[in-house]
Design a protein around this ligand. Structure first.
Ligand SMILES: [Zn+2]
Length: 57
């Protein structure tokens, strides 16, 4: 399983969303907006969509 990362809108850094998955899981996701736990880069809470997710091993 890879870590699902997004780019933090505040800092531009890749941050872990707290979700583990793979391409298949991302593609099967029904929810458009996902709330992630406190961002490791800026400390805020972000909403993310599967379109902006990046998988990192
Ligand atoms: Zn952030």
């Amino acid at each position: 399983m890879a870590k699902v990362m997004i780019k933090c809108p505040e800092t531009g850094k890749l941050v872990f969303t707290g979700v583990f998955g793979d391409k298949t899981l991302l593609e099967s996701m029904q929810i458009k907006k996902n709330k992630m736990a406190r961002c490791a880069a800026c400390g805020k809470e972000h909403l993310w969509q599967k379109e902006e997710a990046v998988l990192q091993d």
